[in-house]
Ligand binder design. Structure first.
Ligand SMILES: *C/C=C(C)/C=C/C=C(C)/C=C/C1=C(C)CCCC1(C)C
Length: 244
C-alpha cells in the first residue's frame, strides 16, 4: 500500500497538510491525556484531604481526553465542528470545575447550596450556548447573551459571592494565591469561549474569522483552562501538604 493511500485512510494527510484546526485537536488530545495521568499519579504525593481535588482534576482532563479523541476523528472525517461532543464534554467538566471551587473552600465552611448554585449557572450557560450554536443561526446572538448571564453569575460568585467570602475569611495564604489565579482563569481564560462563539455566522465577529476557527478558540481555551486550572489546584495541594 502506498504512503498517501495509507495516510489518507487514517486521516493523517489532513494533519500533515497542516490544517491548524486538526493539529489543535491532536495536541489537545495528547495534552489532556498526559495531564490526566499526571494528576492521578500525583494523588499519592499530597495529603488526604487534597486527594479528592486531584482526582477531580484528573477526571476533568481525562473526560476531555476521551472527548478530544472522538472530536478529532469527527473533524477529520467530516470537516465539521463536533458541536455535540463539545457540549457533552463541557456539561461534564464545567460542573466538575465548580466542584473544585467547592472543595477548595469546603474546609472553610462552603455549603452544598453554593455548589448547587454554581452548577445550575453552568448548566444554564451551556444549554443556552448549545441552542445558540445549533438552532438556526438567526438567534445565536440572543442565546449567546442568555448564556453570558449564566457565565457572569459564576464570575460573581467567585469574585464577590459565597466563594469569595469564604476564601477571604480563610486567612490561608496558599488559598489566597490560588483564588487569585483561578479568578484570572475564569475571567480571561473563560472569555475565550464567547469570543470563539462570536465567529458564528450572523454573530459579532463573523466574517473576521472562518467559521471553522471556532474550534481553534475552543481548543486553545480548553487546554489553558482545564490543564491550568488543575495545576493551580495541584500547587495549593502541594503547598498545604508540605506545611506539616
Ligand atoms: C473545560 C471547559 C470549559 C471551562 C468551558 C467553558 C465554557 C464557557 C465559559 C462558555 C461560554 C459561552 C458563553 C459565555 C456565551 C456563548 C456560548 C458559550 C457556551 C460558548
Amino acid at each position: 500500500m502506498n504512503y498517501t493511500l495509507l495516510a489518507d485512510l487514517v486521516g493523517l494527510d489532513k494533519i500533515i497538510n497542516s490544517d491548524p484546526v486538526a493539529i489543535t485537536f491532536f495536541i489537545g488530545y495528547m495534552a489532556m491525556f498526559a495531564s490526566a495521568v499526571f494528576f492521578f499519579a500525583e494523588r499519592s504525593s499530597v495529603d488526604g484531604k487534597w486527594k479528592l481535588s486531584l482526582l477531580v482534576s484528573g477526571l476533568i482532563t481525562g473526560i476531555a481526553a476521551v472527548h478530544y479523541y472522538y472530536m478529532r476523528d469527527f473533524y477529520l472525517q467530516t470537516g465539521a465542528s463536533p458541536t455535540a461532543f463539545r457540549y457533552v464534554d463541557w456539561t461534564l467538566t464545567v460542573p466538575l470545575m465548580c466542584v473544585e471551587f467547592y472543595l477548595l473552600t469546603k474546609p472553610f465552611g462552603a455549603k452544598g447550596g453554593t455548589l448547587f448554585k454554581l452548577i445550575v449557572a453552568s448548566i444554564v450557560m451551556l444549554v443556552t450556548g448549545y441552542i445558540g450554536e445549533t438552532s438556526g443561526l438567526d438567534n445565536n446572538i440572543m442565546w449567546g447573551i442568555l448564556s453570558t448571564l449564566g457565565y457572569l453569575y459564576i464570575v460573581y460568585e467567585v469574585f464577590a459571592g459565597d466563594i469569595a467570602k469564604l476564601a477571604s475569611s480563610s486567612n490561608s495564604a496558599s488559598l489566597g494565591r490560588a483564588m487569585f489565579l483561578l479568578k484570572i482563569f475564569i475571567t480571561l481564560g473563560w472569555s475565550i469561549y464567547p469570543i470563539g462563539y462570536m465567529v458564528l455566522p450572523g454573530n459579532l465577529l463573523s466574517g473576521m474569522f472562518e467559521v471553522s476557527s471556532i474550534d481553534l478558540f475552543y481548543n486553545l481555551a480548553d487546554a489553558i483552562n482545564k490543564i491550568g486550572f488543575g495545576l493551580v489546584v495541584y500547587s495549593v495541594a502541594v503547598a498545604e501538604s508540605n506545611k506539616k
